[in-house]
Design a protein around this ligand. Sequence first.
Ligand code: ZN
Length: 343
Amino acid sequence: MRAILLPEHGAADKLVYTTDQPIPQPKAHEVRIRVRAAALNRLDIWVRDGWPGIKLPLPHILGADAAGDIDALGSEVNSWAVGDRVVIDPQLSCGVCEFCRAGQQNLCETGGITGEHSSGTYAEYITISARNLLKLPDSVSYADAAGAALVYLTAWHSLISKANVRSGQSVLIVGAGGGVNSASIQIAKLAGARVYVVGSSTAKLDEARRLGADELIDRSAEDWIKAIYKRTNKQGVDIVVDNVGKDTLFGSVRSVKRGGKILIVGNTSGPMAEVDLRYIFSKHISIIGSTMAPHSDFVTVMQLVFAGKLTPSIGARFPLEQAAEAQRAMEAGSVFGKIVLDV
Ligand code: ZN
């Protein structure tokens, strides 16, 4: 089959397009999917670069998100049929641990993410547990479904399930252009919140407005912390979504209202941040971390995508063989919204 292999960790030029990778065979509770679209995530870059102590059998296939058609069934799978259009939940889980039994698959003791802890979706065929499948209506494209899954389930779980955002609240999203941030803008608007976005360029902020953001702050033109202070009548916002991390956490702590919440689901500027703890307790700030989502949140948010209430922002599409170019575009930050590989 065709696939993109990572023979060793490093930059995008390590990626190798191959046409003779063996087609995987589904285990008893798995299906094989003929992938039609895969989507890029920042996670792919981290796994590709590697980190000290990473233990990943090489060559590896990257990619968390995919949509396609069921191509073969494991011996124990009887609720699906060959030819069914599906999108995958990229949250891998054991199905039997304490957390899985409570429906908290993203806390699974041996869980993981497709393409990080298993062979990924930059490939013509993948195998995955039938538990991870969701039927894709004919009206929804493979590209939209693949582009939606990981970022929407992540944003939904943090904003709705963990922070309980409500109508009338204010939500600040630090950074415009990333997939999770774009999804967070739409989900916060759907919940009825007033959405503030801090971005680094007019073009990215224009896109944020198109997605529904109410207040745009260009950090290249003004001090965004002061801007939030002024635009919220010196109150700050109820919820800050900060997936930038090291460079912005101080600003997020300053910008959140007394009793407010800061959500962290990523750290694009680096993992080690310094926080003045006096702000945390004196302002009664809750810092809430989460990653991925329970399967029930995946189903809920994808139904909203299928119903057209949430529309994935697809910024660029590349054929599978140009995965390296696609990753370079992501790293350059030149694309607003999701980058999809057509397989
Ligand atoms: Zn488990």
